[in-house]
Ligand binder design. Structure first.
Ligand code: PMP
Length: 321
């Protein structure tokens, strides 16, 4: 991975020095929470898409998991993230903030360890080498999405992703590009690291938030769809209605808007990306690249002081008292 500097517990370190001791609970038991964020090239330089929203979600994930004393505020992490992107000198890149349990916690409780916090960035423009315009082939995986009472599905908890790895590995080994996960009641939930949206009868349809992550991309697309005059509906989706969808697509920070052209060897419509998907994809790309009327509201330009920390000096390295 092309990464030069990582911000770790308040220090900007060369990536090779940003290491974690083998005996760290976060590594052994997946006790941590994280975010996946992207910066894009815009006419005004690199800009991070919905940075604050992602970091607010990470704060919520930490709370859900039980962390009580994350030593940095959202404002400080906004500043640290912008600083890390700047330090690496990247334009478009992927950003990975992570809070993990260290210095204890071996008895499987949060309070006997300490949260450590890092922000890494690396250059990444294309999702898994996929051509967004061509679309992917998906399958319904045999692995069930965790019940919200088992693993907290509103939180991006590191350990939750073992469930995603099981599903995606199965899908890949069976020759598919993406796995669609059903919830414990058998209704469509989401993909392994992205949400799933359908189009039927000209309406944008999403599973309800019950057992899925409240995706920033899903939320963005629902707003963009509304502004385009599309009706947006949240309802339970059964497996068979997946096969009857006019259009289907994966959406997430990494995946962006990725058309699904086949589900379980059945073509979605004519097996080509659908018109609504392509319109939403174009609007999303305009939004993230600073070309949409909503862009300024959603983008944190790396070349300027983050809105939230104007007049607050340099937060990097300063701990919350
Ligand atoms: N669901 C899961 C399980 C994810 O990991 C992600 C990626 N964060 C998403 C959905 C999409 O969320 P977002 O659009 O905020 O990236």
């Amino acid at each position: 991975m092309n990464s030069k500097y990582i911000w770790l517990n308040g220090e900007m370190l060369e990536t090779s020095r940003a290491t974690v001791p083998f005996l760290t609970v976060g590594l052994h038991y997946g006790v941590g929470v994280f975010e996946g964020i992207r910066a894009y090239d815009t006419a005004r330089g690199p800009a991070v898409f919905r940075l604050r929203d992602h970091l607010v979600r990470m704060e919520g994930s930490a709370k859900i998991l039980g962390f009580r004393d994350v030593p940095y505020s959202v404002d400080e992490l906004v500043a640290a993230t912008v600083e890390t992107v700047r330090a690496n000198g990247f334009g478009a890149c992927y950003i990975r903030p992570l809070v993990y349990l260290a210095e204890g916690g071996w008895n499987l409780t949060i309070d006997t360890g300490k949260p450590h916090v890092g922000v890494a960035v690396w250059e990444q423009t294309v999702y898994a080498g996929r051509d967004l315009s061509k679309g992917v082939k998906a399958t319904v995986t045999s692995f069930t999405r965790s019940h919200p009472n088992a693993n907290m599905t509103k939180a991006k908890v590191c350990g939750n992703y073992a469930n995603s790895v099981l599903a995606k590995t199965e899908a890949f080994r069976n020759g598919f590009d993406e796995a669609i996960m059903l919830d414990p009641e058998g209704y469509v939930a989401e993909c392994t690291g992205a949400n799933l949206l359908l189009v039927r009868g000209g309406r944008l349809i999403s599973p309800p938030l019950d057992a899925i992550l409240d995706g920033v991309t899903r939320n963005t697309l629902m707003q963009l769809a509304g502004e385009m005059g599309l009706e947006v509906e949240e309802r339970r989706i059964s497996r068979d209605s997946l096969y009857l969808a006019d259009e289907a697509f994966v959406c997430g920070t990494a995946a962006e808007v990725l058309p699904i052209i086949e589900i379980d060897r059945r073509p979605v419509r004519d097996g080509r990306p659908g018109p609504v998907t392509l319109r939403l994809q174009a609007a999303y790309m305009d939004a993230v690249h600073g070309r949409h009327a909503r862009s300024d509201e959603w983008l944190e330009y790396v070349g300027v002081v983050p809105r939230s920390v104007e007049n607050s000096g340099d937060f990097v390295g300063r701990r919350v008292p």
